[in-house]
Each structure stands twice: as C-alpha cells, then as structure tokens.
Write a protein that binds this ligand. Structure first.
Ligand code: ADP
Ligand code: MG
Length: 263
C-alpha cells in the first residue's frame, strides 16, 4: 500500500481491506512498515517501545515469526507491529548489507518455515508504507508483487503520482521484475462535490484497468474506529465505510486470478 503523500488513506485502506479479506475466510498478515504505527493501533496490536517489531526484523535480523501477533478482534488476521524505534531505521538501514531486500528475505524465510511445519497458508500479506519513497518503502516494493495506491479525491490528488510510478519502474527494472501497480482505490470520496467527481473521472481515465469500481466514501465511523483499537469492519460493520471496504476487498480478491495471468 503506497503513496508518498501522507493522509491519503494508506493505513485505513490496509487495515480495513485486510480485515475484509480475513472476515471472508482468508488468512491475512499486515506488516506495519510506518514508524507512526497507525496500522498497529487500528489492529489492536501491542506496539509499546521494546515490543518485538518490524524494526528488529529489518535492522537486527530478528525472525519475522517472533514479531507476529494475532489481531484480537478479527480471526485469521495477524500483524507485525511498528514501534517508535522504526523512526531511526531509514538512516540505520543505509549502512546495512542488502538494505533493499531485508524485508523480502525475512518474509520468504517466515513463509517457508510455516510451510515446512505444515501450518496453514497465508493468503495475503499487506504492507503499510510510510509517506515517503525511502528505504522502508523500497523494502516493501521489493517484497511485493502488486502495489495498491490509495488516492484521495481532492485537488492535488494526482500530484506526485508520476514520481511514485517512476520509482516503481526503477524497482521493477533492478530489484523486483514482478512488481506492478495492480490496483488504485479512490478514498474519502464525497459524491456531493464536483471536485471529487472530477478527480474520480480523471483517475479512471488514466488508470481504467487498475481503478476499483468501489470508492470509499468519507465517513466519520472510519476515522473513529482506530481510537477504539479496531478497524471499521468490527467497530461498525453496517456503516457505509465498512461496506465499501468489504466490497473493495471482494473486488481485489475476485480480480486476483486475472492479475496473476497478466503478471
Ligand atoms: N474514508 C474516510 N473517511 C473519513 N476519514 C478517513 C477516511 N479514510 C481515512 N480517513 C482519516 O484520514 C486520516 C488519514 O488517513 P490514513 O489512512 O492515516 O492515511 P495515510 O496512511 O495515507 O497517512 C486519518 O485520520 C483517517 O482516520
Ligand atoms: Mg499511514
């Protein structure tokens, strides 16, 4: 989940799509790769300083399995928390060997060990990125097959997008040939304003195949849920925001075979 702009709905989209997929019976792992730790908060994960987290995985070679926690409110949903330590990682990573591929190695090892032990397969791994194109985001681009870009339906929505796409092309060329922008989700959509409609139309014109049919409406319930250490999917399952994310998760899962063919 990437977009170097802050506040566009990356974290909200990560945790709610993850919860939607898990509620539909899939096994989902969320990696909180943002020092702000907002995804950890929304999933109800312990992330006080000193908690084994993505920082230890990236910087100290801690096995990922020592950091995975179960999300207390959604069966089948797991998370790797981010603590305040991660705020130093961007600089600490610079001097480490294979600094771009550390997350990839950790995840590959974790998934292989699970398979060896005969544990159930994880269907989706979602990585929540910080609002920058630094090494933390690069690590996510190296581990992923698909990039989902949330776009806020506001003026300036498309600004910075070309830089993001250029970075993704560079990673694809040098570090991860599988990578591509598979999905764009329009967030914080207010259909009453002409501006939101214009932005949505513009995004769909640019990315007809990637943009999900579902748009996520602006909803107070979505923004309230994290303060209850929950996703909106359990905080208010019947709300418009919850239903939109469930529908977005369904679309994502339904399009998966088609995406696999293309890739
Ligand atoms: N659909 C929505 N309706 C209302 N508020 C939202 C919605 N999506 C996100 N928010 C709020 O907007 C802010 C930024 O969202 P967030 O997901 O944290 O963005 P990012 O991770 O890209 O920085 C948060 O306070 C979040 O609760
Ligand atoms: Mg965020």
């Amino acid at each position: 989940m990437a977009n170097q702009k802050g506040g566009v709905g990356k974290t909200t989209t990560t945790v709610n799509i993850a919860a939607g997929l898990a509620q539909s019976g899939l096994r989902v792992l969320v990696i909180d790769n943002d020092p702000q730790g907002n995804a950890s908060t929304a999933l109800g994960l312990e992330h006080r300083a000193g908690t084994p987290s993505i920082y230890e995985v990236l910087v100290e070679d801690e096995p990922l399995e020592n950091t995975v926690q179960a999300c207390p409110t959604v069966p089948g949903l797991y998370g790797v928390p981010a603590t305040i330590d991660l705020s130093g990682a961007e600089i600490e990573l610079v001097s480490l060997v294979s600094r771009e591929t550390r997350l990839r190695r950790a995840l590959d090892t974790y998934l292989a060990r699970r398979e060896e032990r005969g544990e159930e397969r994880i269907d989706y791994v979602l990585v929540d990125c910080p609002p920058s194109l630094g090494l933390l985001t690069v690590n996510a681009f190296v581990v992923g097959r698909e990039v989902l870009i949330p776009i806020q339906c506001e003026y300036y929505a498309l600004e910075g997008l070309s830089q993001l796409l250029k970075t993704i092309e560079l990673i694809k060329a040098h570090l991860n040939p599988q990578l591509r922008v598979s999905t764009i989700l329009l967030t914080m959509y207010d259909g009453r304003t002409n501006l939101a409609q214009q932005v949505a139309t513009e995004v769909r014109d640019h990315f007809p195949d990637q943009t999900l049919r579902t748009t996520v409406p602006r909803s107070v319930r979505i923004s309230e849920a994290p303060s209850h250490a929950q996703t909106v999917m359990t905080y208010d399952p019947g709300s418009t925001g919850s239903l939109a994310y469930l529908e977005a998760a369904r679309e994502l899962a339904e399009r998966a075979p088609q995406r696999a063919e293309q890739g």
